[in-house]
Design a protein around this ligand. Structure first.
Ligand code: KG4
Ligand code: ZN
Length: 341
């Protein structure tokens, strides 16, 4: 089955072709980051309009790079939520119109399920069951995964998501949006012994997170060092390192705790923050001590992309799922509301 996947939940227009026999044939991504950068975050109306402009030209490019024709496509999967409503509408309307015109089924897919399954696009995919750490701009969740659609929430952030914390800390340091990649780059030059940042909630039992205190701590550290405009390059790098280490250590501690609690040995990390090299390294080192293993997608499939939607859609379509006439879009859509397939 050849599935076209369309992702438009936020500020990336991602299209991909996934074939159940041959794997991922091609994917195209257009990022709107330049458009939103001057506002320091995503402007929903600008995002919707740009998805409308970019999606069809990307489809032509996608077909050309895969060497496929429209007539080869067996189904269209698209992101139905969670995400910005206008942006979701742009992708869903296109997906449903294409599917209707081509006489093939359409299927709305959960964005976070797409992230969660993306590591299965790799050569050595994880087997069920596993614990998943979903870390994106809007979510920080630990989930027990027993199969497709069989998700049990173990813990989540009580305030900011991990990616959001990176974005806010970056802003305090005068770095561009999205903040994860520039913080990670700066942190490489940082001296980890200069600032001691707290590891929030690690001494409390349970698997929930809180990152808003780290944000406050970052702000007071910036102010104590003379304010954002007066920081030297080294100050910035040292603060970035301290901040990143605090987030990563907190995530590592909770992941190990979740594996122990669930008596599982496989951890999957997914979502934009799972592209973070420090997180990958420290998880790998920590899990190796107990003989456990961490799985992740290559960085381009950690952040938003069409391939994960084509893949998740394909698995559900193969199980017989199809959109009903009145399938709603869901800007808010808890992952655990999905039913096992
Ligand atoms: O999954 P994603 O592309 O979009 C959402 O579904 O939210 O995640 C975007 C988030 C942003 O907050 C961005 O700063 C963060 O992922 N991010 C990173 C890195 N790359 C992206 N955070 C830390 N390190 C990175 N290398
Ligand atoms: Zn995402």
């Amino acid at each position: 089955m050849l599935v076209l996947g369309i992702e438009t939940s936020c500020d990336e227009t991602g299209l991909a072709l996934y074939d159940s026999e041959r794997g991922l044939l091609a994917d195209e991504l257009y990022s709107q980051q330049e458009i939103h950068r001057e506002y320091g975050g995503v402007v929903p109306e600008l995002a919707s309009r740009d998805h409308v402009r970019k999606a069809l030209p990307l489809l032509q490019q996608l077909l050309a790079s895969a060497g496929c024709r429209q007539a080869d496509i067996d189904a269209v999967a698209y992101t139905a939520g969670p995400g910005l409503l206008g942006a979701l509408m742009a992708g869903a309307t296109l997906a449903r119109a294409l599917a209707f015109g081509w006489g093939v089924p359409a299927l709305g897919v959960h964005h976070m399920e797409g992230h969660l399954l993306a590591p299965m696009l790799e050569k050595d995919p994880p087997e069920f069951p596993f614990v998943a750490l979903l870390v994106s701009g809007g979510h920080t969740q630990l989930v027990r995964v027993d199969g497709l659609g069989a998700y049990r929430l173990l813990g989540e952030s009580l305030d900011d998501a991990a990616g959001e914390a990176f974005d806010k800390a970056a802003r305090m340091l005068g770095l561009p949006y999205p903040g994860g990649p520039p913080i990670a780059r700066l942190a490489e030059q940082g001296d980890g012994s200069r600032f001691a940042f707290p590891r929030p909630m690690v001494n409390r039992p349970g698997l929930d997170f809180s990152f808003s205190g780290l944000k406050t701590h970052t702000l007071s550290t910036v102010q104590a060092a003379g304010g954002a405009e007066n920081l030297s390059a080294q100050d910035r790098a040292d603060i970035a390192e301290a901040f990143q280490s605090a987030v990563v250590d907190t995530l590592v501690i909770k992941c190990r705790r979740a594996l122990r609690q669930e008596l599982l040995t496989r951890l999957v990390i997914a979502g934009g923050v799972s592209a973070n090299a420090c997180l990958r390294q420290r998880l790998q080192a920590a899990l190796a001590e107990t003989g456990d293993r961490v799985y992740y997608a290559e960085p381009r499939y950690c952040t938003d992309n069409g391939a994960m939607i084509a893949y998740a859609g394909c698995r559900r379509l193969l199980a017989g799922q199809r959109d009903q006439a009145e399938t709603p879009l869901r800007p808010r859509w808890p992952l655990q509301e999905l039913a096992p397939v």
